[in-house]
Write a protein that binds this ligand. Structure first.
Ligand code: FES
Ligand SMILES: [Fe+2]
Length: 448
């Protein structure tokens, strides 16, 4: 389009979009570049509570699948359509070992082995000729994870430090979004939406302190495995530095969602660990845990009874909790992200300074997708002193007198405290907050 036309008022005619989505990042079906990339990571596919006495039909990464638990207790994740003549195994009969297709009785084990082809001759060669499509699954704390990549490349299930806490309740939940995965997954790298969508535009969804304009820096993790940001604000006598993170391809950890920065705190950790899982190119699902422990939510605003299938205990996260009109009057994350379109067209956006995190995330994804296409091996993450993968998200709230140039002070604090959080990454879970407090207090003392 002519640049002059783009700038003039009443230019709808010129700006009506003819652009298309960025398929390299947004399409995840079998054989697509991003689809191959996603298949190099364990993905959650359902909540354990969804796996009952009947098979569960699900779609993940554009593949139609059926998830079930056989009568011996073994979980199976199989291609949905029977290898014989394609009847759906969602109508299969769960057996002592595996699942039996309703149409002609073929029996499949949870690894796809064909155990019986009862209508065929006794020495039928069919069971030796093929295995039905199947994926390995692992059940962990109320979620079912699947490895949908090449079986010989399957890494260990990634155990993050935040999943390994003592005295922490992890309550699983799952929420559907009728839009592409990327617009949901990139939201945590945009902390400025907390100021506007979550506080100033209508009302405070969490705490009025979220409306204070933050000073934000984004950083790449070692090995470009993700991005973390420091989100720093002045709130009364305190400087509040919040680190949040996204690991590729689409794992995010926001700190305490009900954080109230009215007292000093040294690194209470995450309120949520969530995966954004592509269902197909125009729908996705957040499959996640809410964390509940005594270091979080000091005001008692959370409600674990409102966390589960299709629900979570904060406003504006689903398409079912409110009417369309209520969503219009008080929009939340769900309305903002789903309304970006079935697949947001990046060519129609106008990114600004506040979108550096989103732009960086897309860059990292693109390079990682291309690296997998080029056959680059996956890197193993570094482990901390407890032998698990250390993560970055948490809050540090410390009393610091207001400076004449307080924005400069906030920037300095964000950088110094963000560096301390990063430098203590490999310490044990127990040692790390102690060390963070010591180093942050030293930083404050040295400023006086
Ligand atoms: S279609 Fe499944 S056994 Fe024939
Ligand atoms: Fe949000």
């Amino acid at each position: 389009m002519d640049r002059k036309q783009k700038k003039r008022p009443f230019n709808g005619y010129y700006r009506a979009s003819v652009a298309t989505e960025d398929a390299e990042l947004t399409h995840t079906g079998p054989g697509t570049p991003a689809g191959e990339y996603f298949r190099r990571y364990w993905q959650p596919v359902a909540m354990t509570e969804q796996v009952g006495e009947l098979p569960l039909a699900i779609e993940i990464l554009g593949e139609e699948l059926v998830l079930f638990r056989d009568l011996a207790g073994q979980l199976g994740l199989l291609h949905k359509y029977c290898s014989h003549r394609r009847a759906s195994l969602e109508y299969g009969i769960i057996s002592e070992k595996g699942i039996r297709c309703c149409y002609h009785g073929w029996l499949y084990d949870t690894d796809g082995t064909i155990l019986e082809v009862p209508g065929e001759p006794e020495n039928s060669p069919i069971p030796k000729k093929i295995c039905h499509g199947a994926y390995p699954v692992e059940e962990y704390k109320g979620l079912v994870f699947a490895w949908m990549g090449p079986p010989d490349e399957m890494p260990d299930f990634p155990l993050f430090d935040t999943l390994n806490q003592l005295n922490n309740d992890m309550v699983p939940y799952s929420i559907d979004y009728p839009c592409n995965w990327l617009q949901v997954a990139e939201n945590p790298m945009d902390p400025f939406h907390s100021v506007f969508l979550h506080t100033r535009v209508t009302r405070a969804h969490f705490n009025p302190a979220w409306g204070a304009m933050p000073v934000v820096d984004w950083h790449r993790m070692d090995g470009d495995s993700g991005i973390y940001l420091t989100n720093t604000r002045r709130w009364k006598d305190f400087i509040w530095v919040r680190t949040a993170e996204v690991y590729l391809p689409a794992i995010a950890q926001p700190p305490d969602i009900y954080q109230n920065p009215e007292t000093e705190k040294f690194f209470p950790r995450v309120g949520i660990t969530k995966w954004t899982v592509p269902v197909n190119d125009t729908s996705c699902r957040i499959i996640a845990w809410r964390h509940f422990n005594e270091t979080l939510d000091q005001d008692g605003k959370g409600d674990r009874s409102n966390v589960g299938l299709g629900k979570v205990d904060f406003v504006g996260q689903t398409g079912t909790e409110r009417s369309y009109e209520e969503g219009q009057r008080s929009p939340g994350d769900y309305e903002a992200q789903v309304s970006q379109g079935k697949i947001t067209v990046h060519a129609d956006e106008m990114l600004g300074r506040t979108d550096i995190g989103v732009a960086t995330y897309r860059q990292l994804l693109r390079s990682a997708i291309r690296a997998v296409a080029d056959g680059a091996p996956q890197q193993s993450p570094a482990l901390n002193a407890d032998g698990v993968i250390p993560t970055m998200a948490g809050d540090v709230i410390v009393a610091v007198p207001e400076a004449d140039d307080d924005v400069a002070l906030q920037r300095e604090a964000g950088r110094a405290i963000g560096q301390i959080v990063r430098d203590t990454l490999l310490l044990s879970w127990e040692q790390r907050p102690i060390e963070i407090e010591k180093r942050v207090r030293l930083w404050v003392a040295e400023r006086d």
